[in-house]
Design a protein around this ligand. Structure first.
Ligand SMILES: Nc1ncnc2c1ncn2[C@@H]1O[C@H](COP(=O)(O)OP(=O)(O)OP(=O)(O)O)[C@@H](O)[C@H]1O
Ligand SMILES: [Mg+2]
Length: 263
């Protein structure tokens, strides 16, 4: 299996402070990773590296076989799909949902004068349908609820047929029904052998969809645990990661975690 992402001794330093500190991590083709860690741990920084929007201060980062710093990022970026909160702010709120997804095919955030091919429109419709957004094609992006916006961003990230799909807290802000709906859809994607390799940042183990295979836990920019969910997502690692006693359990194919009651 080939490497989709390979970080070797990577540090990212800003204002003398290491946001990532000597991180080594590799993702192989077809794997579906979850990244867990407290606020400020460096999760989004890691995704920004993986999407080539940020370079290491030290160490080497290889994304889809190309080493950052030695590759034209404008050729690399269309091969990576990224859905995160930062992206939502860059998209014009007055644009329709369908256009919002379509512009991704051209690596743009706004619709200028470019002509779209029918085949692109069909793809955009198909991805939106897969995420339950068919009823919203003509709605303005800016008028969507948080959950609808999240689903649109995932459809948008799929539009370039990426080899690597990066999701930053896709279920944050969703109500219980919305979360469960998204977990089901992500589970379907995660189990699809033709879907891209995936990395999802989340704050809640309840949001890990069946089909995800690996977990990376980080704290203060350092890797605490990395490996298969079945062996690494345990109470000991999660407690160390969040700095308090936690019990993690698997029920069926879903995870839950809670703090130990105070004695
Ligand atoms: N450009 C920057 N300059 C200085 N510090 C930064 C910069 N960007 C991020 N940071 C800091 O780096 C740390 C990691 O940020 P990051 O956004 O990766 O955290 P995170 O794990 O995604 O957190 P959250 O769960 O809150 O989203 C934070 O303490 C943040 O304040
Ligand atoms: Mg973040």
């Amino acid at each position: 299996m080939s490497e989709v992402l390979e970080l070797v001794d990577v540090s990212v330093v800003r204002d003398g402070h290491a946001l990532l500190d000597d991180v080594s991590w590799s993702v192989k083709e077809g794997e579906r990773w979850v990244i867990l860690g407290p606020n400020g741990a460096g999760k989004t920084t890691l995704l920004n590296l993986a999407s080539s929007y940020l370079f290491p201060s030290k160490g080497t980062a290889t994304v889809l076989g190309d080493r950052l710093g030695a590759v034209d990022v404008f050729e690399l970026r269309p091969r990576i799909g990224m859905a995160g909160i930062a992206m939502a702010d860059k998209l014009p709120g007055s644009q329709s949902v369908l256009r919002t997804v379509l512009t991704a095919a051209y690596g743009m955030t706004a619709h200028w004068q470019e002509e779209y091919e029918d085949v692109d429109e069909e793809r955009a419709r198909a991805f939106l349908d897969r995420l339950g957004m068919t009823e919203y094609l003509d709605r303005r992006f800016g008028t969507l609820s948080e959950g609808e916006r999240k689903r649109t961003l995932i459809a948008r990230a799929m539009m370039t047929d990426p080899e690597l799909l990066l999701l930053d807290e896709p279920a944050a802000g969703l109500d219980l029904g919305g979360r469960e709906d998204l977990v089901r859809r992500l589970g379907r994607l995660a189990r699809d052998p033709y879907a891209p390799s995936m990395v999802m940042v989340t704050h809640h183990v309840e949001e890990i969809a069946p089909g995800f295979t690996h977990v990376l836990m980080i704290r203060q920019g350092q890797v605490l645990a990395a490996g298969p969910l079945e062996t690494e997502l345990n109470s000991r690692n999660l407690s160390r990661c969040f700095g308090l006693p936690l019990v993690v359990e698997k029920r069926g194919d879903r995870w839950t975690a809670q703090g130990l009651p105070l004695s």
